[in-house]
Write a protein that binds this ligand. Structure first.
Ligand code: SER
Length: 317
């Protein structure tokens, strides 16, 4: 029986991942922790505790006391926010990872998921169908921390036999919990603004292509990777995940099919440079071959679900 700890359970990924894991393993076996309180559903369906992953002793104590076997560590300062506080963001992102790797080594929580990102690529990377293994010269604090993190994860696997697994998430699109401080956040904000105001001012230019993925696909594939037999995994850094590639303009056109009066304007800010340094599309063939990465949502299906669910949510509120 698995005993699972999710660190960062109040965030965009964590709040949905906890619920999905509890359906599989039972509420009492999936421990949710964060430094802030989680959405209601997370609190209602199983244990939640305030826990700061930067506090190593507390983290190790938690793993031992609750006999944790698997950890998903989702705590991070995202790309846009990290550029505002570079040294602090580096400290937080790296310490959060190093503490979980070390705590895994010193406990029975040997299986560890940690999210990498398309941010590990940089301006010198081939921008279309970016291969799994290619030039990686990220020029953002977030990207540098994710690339370093992949290297450390692989190191702990090779040196200490930690079962480290990771994917390079594209921008993640969800309606339950909004992201905070990322460069791909526009693709979530746009849906809320389209419904509330019928218009959106985008902080990226209209032709900025980026890979994105609907949250259900991200969660299902994350769990699939964690459930996969370890003999099938040919790499222990982060697997490329492609999702759907689109620009703000194409997304706005997909929204207009449902809200014909919707209008979008563009006012690029500092996040434009970050987006310009990231790939427009990704080659995910290694993940498909190794553990069967599979996505179900294309742009139109995702757009329809996002609009429907956000409307329902706003009506209930
Ligand atoms: N979605 C993240 C960000 O924009 C990238 O991993 O920071």
């Amino acid at each position: 029986m698995e005993r699972i700890l999710v660190i960062g359970s109040s965030g965009q990924i964590g709040s949905e991942l906890v619920l999905a894991l509890r359906k599989i393993h039972g509420g009492e076996n999936v421990f949710a922790t964060d430094i802030k309180y989680p959405p209601k559903e997370v609190g209602k369906t199983g244990p939640f505790q305030i826990l700061d992953v930067l506090d190593f002793n507390n983290l190790l104590h938690f793993l031992v006391r609750h006999k944790i076997t698997q950890v998903y560590n989702l705590a991070a300062v995202l790309s846009g926010n990290a550029e505002k506080i570079p040294l602090q963001a580096w400290d937080i992102n790296m310490k959060a990872l190093m503490n979980t790797l070390e705590a895994a080594r010193q406990s029975d929580a040997k299986k560890l998921f940690w999210p990498s990102s398309i941010a590990i690529f940089g301006p010198t990377t081939p921008m279309e169908e970016t291969p799994q293994l290619t030039v990686m010269e990220p020029n953002t604090v977030y990207g540098i921390s994710k690339l370093a993190g992949e290297r450390w994860g692989e190191y702990y696997h090779n040196r200490y036999d930690i079962d480290f697994r990771s994917v390079r998430y594209p921008g993640l699109i969800s309606y339950k919990t909004e992201p905070g401080g990322g460069t791909t956040d526009y693709a979530v904000e746009i849906f809320f603004e389209a419904i509330k105001k019928g218009m959106y001012e985008c902080f990226l230019s209209e032709d900025t292509g980026l890979p994105m993925m609907f949250m259900d696909d991200a969660i299902n594939n994350t769990i699939k990777l964690m459930d996969c037999d370890s003999s099938k995994l040919s790499l222990r850094s982060g697997y490329n995940m492609a999702g759907i590639s689109f620009t703000p303009k194409t997304l706005s056109e997909a929204i207009k099919k449902h809200i014909p009066d919707f209008s979008i304007s563009y006012k690029p800010d500092f996040r434009q440079a970050i987006a310009d340094s990231w790939p427009a599309s990704i080659d995910e063939s290694v993940a498909i071959a190794d553990w069967g990465l599979h996505t179900e949502y294309d742009l139109d299906r995702m757009t329809a679900v996002m609009l429907e669910k956000i409307r329902e949510q706003l009506e209930e509120a």
